[in-house]
Design a protein around this ligand. Structure first.
Ligand code: ADE
Length: 238
C-alpha cells in the first residue's frame, strides 16, 4: 500500500483524484490518499498563509509557521520511507524515471506552494528530517503546485504494481525503459478503412517480427522529428 498526502490551500483541486484509475487504486486499497487544507494550521482570524518578501520585490511569500505545523502533523514522529515533494518551476525536471522511483516508495507527501513560493527555511528544515525532492513539471510557470501535483500523482500511481491491469502496456509506451526512451509508435484499431485513410498493411500481416521492426522504425522516425534530444548523440546526427 502506498500512502499519499497532499497539503494545499485549495483541497478541492484534488477532487479529480477520486475518478478513473487513481480513484480505483484508492477504492481497491492499493493507494491511500489524504488531502489537507494548509489553513487548518493558521491561528489568526483571516487564516493568513502569506506575507511580503524580505528584501522587497513583487508578490507574496508563503509564511513558514503554517507549513511547519502542517508538515509536523502530516509527517508525524517517524517519517520512515517518506519522500516529501515540493513542486516548483525551479525544481529538478520531473521525468518518467522519477515517477518510477517514487512509485516504489511507501509514502509521498506533496506540499503545494502558491504565490512566489514558500519561505526557504520550510524546505531546508524539512530536509533535515525527511528526503526532499523539488520537482518541476516543465519549463513554464503555473499558478501553484496543485496542477503539477495532479500530473505527478497520476504518472506515479499508474506505475504502482497492480494499478494497471496489463502491465505490459507500460513497457511499450513513450519514455518507458522498455521502449528505450523513444516516443511510442502510432496505434490503430478497427475499421481498416476510415474516411479514406487506411491502416498500414504490415499490421494485418500477422508477422510479429515485421510488425516489431515497423513499430521500431516509426518510433525512431517520430523521435528524430519531434524529440531529437531523446536520441543519443550518434543517432541525433543521422
Ligand atoms: N509550480 C509552478 N510552476 C510549476 C512547474 N512548472 N512545475 C512544478 N510546480 C510548479
Amino acid at each position: 500500500m502506498t500512502r499519499l498526502d497532499i497539503i494545499s490551500i485549495f483541497p478541492d483541486y484534488f477532487q479529480p483524484l477520486t475518478l478513473s484509475l487513481v480513484g480505483k487504486a484508492i477504492g481497491s486499497g492499493l493507494v491511500e490518499l489524504g488531502v489537507h487544507d494548509l489553513r487548518h494550521w493558521t491561528h489568526d482570524r483571516h487564516h493568513t498563509v502569506d506575507d511580503t518578501p524580505y528584501g522587497g520585490g513583487a508578490g507574496m511569500v508563503m509564511k513558514p509557521e503554517p507549513w511547519g505545523e502542517a508538515l509536523d502533523a502530516v509527517l508525524g514522529e517517524d517519517p520512515g520511507d517518506t519522500v516529501l515533494v515540493f513542486p516548483s518551476p525551479s525544481g529538478e525536471r520531473f521525468h518518467q524515471s522519477i515517477a518510477q522511483e517514487l512509485s516504489s516508495r511507501g509514502r509521498l507527501v506533496f506540499a503545494c506552494g502558491r504565490y512566489e513560493g514558500i519561505d526557504r527555511r520550510v524546505i531546508d528544515h524539512a530536509a533535515t528530517r525527511v528526503e526532499v525532492r523539488e520537482l518541476s513539471l516543465g519549463d513554464y510557470v503555473l499558478n501553484g503546485g496543485e496542477v503539477a501535483t495532479l500530473a505527478m500523482v497520476e504518472a506515479i500511481v499508474r506505475l504502482i504494481p497492480g494499478v494497471i491491469g496489463n502491465p505490459e502496456s507500460l513497457s511499450e509506451e513513450s519514455h518507458s525503459e522498455g521502449n528505450e526512451g523513444l516516443l511510442e509508435y502510432p496505434v490503430y484499431t478497427k475499421p481498416p478503412l476510415w474516411r479514406g485513410l487506411e491502416v498500414p498493411q504490415v499490421l494485418f500481416s500477422g508477422h510479429h517480427a515485421r510488425i516489431r521492426e515497423w513499430r521500431r522504425g516509426r518510433s525512431e522516425e517520430l523521435t528524430r522529428e519531434r524529440r531529437p534530444d531523446l536520441l543519443g548523440p550518434r543517432d541525433a546526427q543521422a
